[in-house]
Design a protein around this ligand. Structure first.
Ligand code: ATP
Ligand code: MG
Ligand code: MG
Length: 547
């Protein structure tokens, strides 16, 4: 294992290996295929697959498909894609809880025979009422006294589909007065006449999470069943089921860690589904979503997400992580990797009155502190475009770019100075007539003697390529959004007529770029074509939020 600070889970795993409790570590990532995975799942993937890798064990990818009405193959595929994209490999170990339905059923029969489970016929409301409260013990159903024979008969007929949904349930017989409410005769099975995307119509009863999960872990030989804190109280059931069935050791144990929450977003498949199905975003891979498919389409790298998961660590208490930390991680990763190029988002024409002809300026793709080679030729000519915001007729104090009195450097090129401002009938600036200093060229000995305070991006009018740029802002305007009502109405801005230097399209030195002074951008993997190039903004150059 690398030399990083050990988290509490790895400490447990190490001790279990040292004591000989297990010969090999087996973990699992057990998503329900009812939506696309989000960055919280990435956290769980990095923990489960990471621990297996660090201790030469293996990690199973298990689809926890016990809820037939919500699940689908497309979500199975999305989950597989996400794990693979993050760089992990489950090898042969792809499993489905639905493949264990027969085994799980047999274990239920065993519990009934032991007098440890019974068919209850109370209504859902009554079951809730009888459960009691935190301060009040529950009351056992009269049906708990059914004989083993009667229970076996009813349970079998539940399986055969003889009853309607909700008519009966199978419950564990534990303790209606237990301090842990979850232990008050928890439900093990319910009737559901529904088509299952894998099991078809074979079953009319489906096991509950609390029954299926521990047994699936056991069947697969899982050693460390790692889940999030909400399941802390379910641990007693987990242990009760495995202990009561007296299964042959070794058996798995459950450990809980704090789920990942990030501000300005929602982190639940159910809420994400609402956004997708309601058309509030453009599909599960909308770059504004915290889904792995969304980050991927936006241009995040797997490394940046894994580094983020590692940096925030594994905690035992819930907290909310600042999204700025994730943004730091992607910026940090791209900074050392991607070419720097020039793009003008809101073009303002500049005509250099004293320049004739054209030339090509050789400019490196990478700054000095990035150990990568490569350069391109930037066409330069009399007609250029600069960013509208890089010229101010009446500059505020501290404005360092082009003004009627202040020259500026064209990045990699010459220093120019403004000679004349051309306006349309409405007084809008439509063009700048400028003069350049021939002896001020970048990379040569600048003998112009002109001092400038900044360098700005530009493109040559004739050669620049028109591109579409998609700028993303936070999907939600509030730090702890509840739902739709907190959506940021301006989370997507599309710029149709940005201009980019030609090498980006013609040479394709990379898929990700730093557009100088603008941020990091990615060629949209779905909509990009050479005829219609589309770039997604991944992240800005610095943290500009909340200022
Ligand atoms: P959701 O509510 O988004 O559907 P879930 O917990 O129901 O999440 P599952 O697909 O059932 O999602 O979970 C798969 C695994 O991922 C579980 O082990 C779960 O604990 C873990 N997981 C889910 N969300 C997070 C999160 N925000 N942080 C860390 N782990 C998570
Ligand atoms: Mg779930
Ligand atoms: Mg859930």
């Amino acid at each position: 294992m690398k030399n990083k600070k050990k988290d509490f889970l790895r400490t447990i795993v190490e001790n279990d290996l040292k004591s000989g409790k297990y010969k090999e570590i087996v973990t699992r990532f057990p998503p329900e295929p009812n939506g696309f995975p989000h960055i919280g799942h990435a956290k769980s993937i990095s923990i489960n697959f990471g621990i297996a890798r660090d201790y030469n064990g293996h990690c199973n990818l298990r689809m926890d498909d016990t809820n037939p009405t919500k699940e689908d193959t497309k979500y199975v595929e999305a989950l597989e894609d996400a794990v693979r994209w993050l760089g992990f490999d489950w090898g042969e170990n792809l499993y489905f809880t639905s493949d264990y339905f027969s085994q799980i059923y047999d274990y239920a029969v065993q519990l009934i025979k032991m007098g440890k489970a019974y068919v209850d016929s109370l209504s859902e409301d009554k079951i809730r009422e009888y459960r009691g409260t935190v301060t009040q013990p529950g009351k056992r159903s009269k049906y708990a006294n059914r004989s083993v024979e009667e229970n076996l008969d009813l349970f079998e007929r539940m399986k055969k589909g003889e009853f309607k949904d909700g008519e009966h349930v199978l419950r564990a017989k534990i303790d209606m007065g237990a301090a842990n409410m979850k232990m008050r005769d928890p439900l093990l099975y319910r009737i559901r006449h529904a088509h299952h995307f894998r099991a078809g119509d074979a079953w009319s009863i489906y096991p509950m999470y609390d029954f299926a999960h521990c047994l699936s872990d056991y069947i697969e030989g899982v050693t460390h069943s790692i889940c999030t804190l909400e399941f802390e109280n379910n641990r007693d059931i987990y242990d009760w089921v495995l202990d009561t069935l007296a299964l042959k050791p070794p058996r798995p144990y459950q450990y809980e860690f704090a789920r990942l929450n990030i501000n300005y977003t929602v982190m639940s498949k159910r809420k994400l589904l609402e956004l997708v199905e309601g058309g509030y975003v453009n599909g599960w891979d909308d770059p504004r979503l915290p889904t792995i498919a969304g980050y991927r389409r936006r241009g995040y790298t797997p490394e940046s997400i894994l580094n983020f998961c590692e940096q925030i660590g594994i905690a035992k208490a819930n907290s909310v992580v600042d999204v700025a930390q994730l943004e730091f991680s992607i910026r940090d990763d791209l900074n050392t990797k991607v070419p720097r190029v020039m793009c003008v988002m809101d073009p303002l024409k500049v005509t250099i009155v004293n320049y004739e002809g054209s030339e090509e300026i050789e400019a490196p793709y990478y700054p000095h502190d990035v150990p990568k080679e490569g350069s391109r030729k930037i066409p330069f000519s009399k007609e250029l475009y600069i960013e509208r915001a890089d010229f101010e007729e009446n500059p505020p104090k501290g404005y360092f770019r082009l003004t009627p009195k202040q020259p500026v450097r064209l990045r990699h090129g010459y220093i120019i100075t403004c000679k004349e401002i051309i306006k349309d009938a409405n007084g809008n600036i439509v063009e700048i007539k400028a003069q350049y200093y021939p002896d001020s060229k970048s990379g040569t000995k600048d003998t112009s003697g002109i001092k400038v305070k900044s360098a700005i991006q530009w493109v040559s009018a004739a050669e620049a390529k028109k591109v579409e740029i998609r700028l993303y802002d936070r999907l939600f305007k509030t730090e702890a959004p509840e739902g739709i009502e907190d959506l940021n109405p301006n989370s997507l801005q599309i710029i149709k007529n940005a201009l980019i230097e030609p090498a980006v399209i013609l040479e394709k030195p990379d898929e990700r770029f730093q557009f100088e002074r603008q941020g990091y951008f990615y060629t949209d993997p779905v909509d990009y074509s050479d005829a219609h190039p589309v770039f997604n903004k991944i992240v800005g150059l610095k943290d500009s939020w909340a200022k």
